[in-house]
Each structure stands twice: as structure tokens, then as C-alpha cells.
Design a protein around this ligand. Structure first.
Ligand SMILES: [Zn+2]
Length: 76
């Protein structure tokens, strides 16, 4: 990355130019590692879906537990 004002080379993630102190563009603030992660969208989507499934299953299990608890209490 280079500074827009003085053209000095800046490190990725830098918010201010080391040479002239000018504020760098938002693009420079994005770390290259984040871009790498974004290049693999399929893996992220799959993990998100599995997370939703796990949350849904846990929700159903807790609902069943509550229903059983209520019925047991009502029978007594
Ligand atoms: Zn500069």
C-alpha cells in the first residue's frame, strides 16, 4: 500500500502514514488476512449453517424438556 499524499509505502493495517502522518484510506486498514478468509466463502457458509442447525436442535431439545417438565408438574 502507498500513501495518497506523499507516496510512501505503508504497512497493511496502518491507519496513519509513517512518513507524513496523513490518514490512510479504509482499504489500507483491512488486513490482508481478512481478504484471504473471504476467498474461501464456501467453508464459512457451511460452518454457519451447521451452527444454525446446532442452535435449532438445542432449541428443540430445550423446548421438549420444558414441555416434559410442565406435564410432569401438571400430572402431580
Ligand atoms: Zn504520507
Amino acid at each position: 500500500m502507498k500513501c495518497d499524499k506523499c507516496g510512501a509505502t505503508t504497512n497493511p493495517g496502518d491507519q496513519i502514514c509513517i512518513n507524513c502522518g496523513a490518514k490512510l484510506s479504509i482499504e489500507n486498514m483491512i488486513m490482508p488476512e481478512v481478504e484471504k478468509v473471504n476467498n474461501i466463502p464456501n467453508k464459512k457458509e457451511i460452518s454457519k449453517e451447521t451452527l444454525y442447525i446446532v442452535i435449532a436442535v438445542l432449541g428443540v431439545i430445550s423446548l421438549v424438556c420444558i414441555v416434559i417438565l410442565i406435564t410432569v408438574l401438571l400430572v402431580r
